[in-house]
Design a protein around this ligand. Structure first.
Ligand code: MF3
Ligand code: CO
Ligand code: CO
Length: 267
């Protein structure tokens, strides 16, 4: 009686919500597949944003970032040492760039949020390794999601792997609960300790979206108020999936329908 909960309630969603998230996640993933041919040298990143605007219009859905807290684009595009929230513009992509494209589509009121790395032509071995480590970090974080586990298990899985690979985990941004709200409780930290934080329960829906740097973890925000870059100018990568906790484990809502989970590197 009279005791205030220290942590806000984490929503537990039912069958209908999961069906709606499947639809929102699938459409977001399809858009990230279909943009692939545009990710080549010479393409201004604004052309990618235009593509998503047209895609959203065609499918009668809305990009969640448009007019979100003053943001004016359909997606975020973050190149090389940009950690996240890069703003699309007229500068073209260059051979050797590594590119994160982050898209959230609102389908029937439900948010599907995902990002992937793309490679422009041939990229350096260091860049390839970072992209591989980042993808594996996200997948290890997802594999830690199961009912009875803890939020801290996710961060622990990501951090221990990324740091063993001599990379660093960005602390300034985190994953988030979502559903009919874009950024909801809980925060999903990409670092942490096993067994810490809230207990995972079937019906929880959130993103896992680690940002991993080749150099140090610290970031700064550019004067546009959005673009986050590594302070040491080292390369940064990110992948993001929207997932739900099921009775037996985890469901990924934003899997690529075409199998374009990550860039394909030549051996
Ligand atoms: N899609 C981003 C995320 O993963 C949020 C971008 S908000 C914006 O949560 F305003 F920067 F676009
Ligand atoms: Co997100
Ligand atoms: Co996102």
């Amino acid at each position: 009686m009279g005791i205030v909960e220290a942590l806000p309630h984490i929503k537990l969603q039912g069958k209908e919500a999961f069906a709606a998230m499947r639809k929102a996640g699938a459409l977001t993933a399809l858009a990230l597949d279909e943009v692939l041919p545009l990710v080549r040298a010479g393409t201004p990143t604004q052309a990618i944003d235009d593509f998503f605007m047209a895609f959203a219009e065609k499918h009668h859905v809305l990009p969640a970032t448009l007019n979100y807290r003053g943001y004016r684009k359909a997606c975020c595009i973050s190149l090389n040492h940009v950690v996240c929230h890069g703003i699309p513009g007229e500068k073209p992509l260059h051979e050797g760039d590594i590119v994160n494209i982050d898209l959230t589509l609102i389908v029937d009121g439900w948010h599907g949020d995902s990002s992937r790395m793309y490679a422009v032509g041939d990229i350096s071995r260091a860049a390839e390794r970072l992209v591989d480590v980042t993808y594996e970090s996200m997948m290890r974080g997802i594999a830690a999601v199961m009912p009875g586990g803890y939020l801290g298990d996710i961060g622990f899985a990501i951090q221990t792997y990324a740091e063993a690979e001599r990379c660093s985990v960005v602390r300034d941004f985190c994953g988030h609960g979502l559903g009919q709200v874009f950024h909801d409780h809980p925060n999903i930290l990409h670092y942490g300790k096993r067994g810490e934080g809230a207990k995972l329960k079937p019906g929880m829906i959130f993103t896992i979206e680690p940002m991993i740097n080749l150099g140090k973890a610290s970031v700064k925000i550019l004067s546009d108020g959005w673009t986050a870059v590594t302070r040491d100018k080292s390369l940064s990568a990110q992948f993001e999936h929207t997932v739900g906790v099921t009775e037996t484990g985890v469901e990924i809502f934003t899997l690529s329908p075409g199998g374009h989970h990550r860039p394909h590197f030549k051996i």
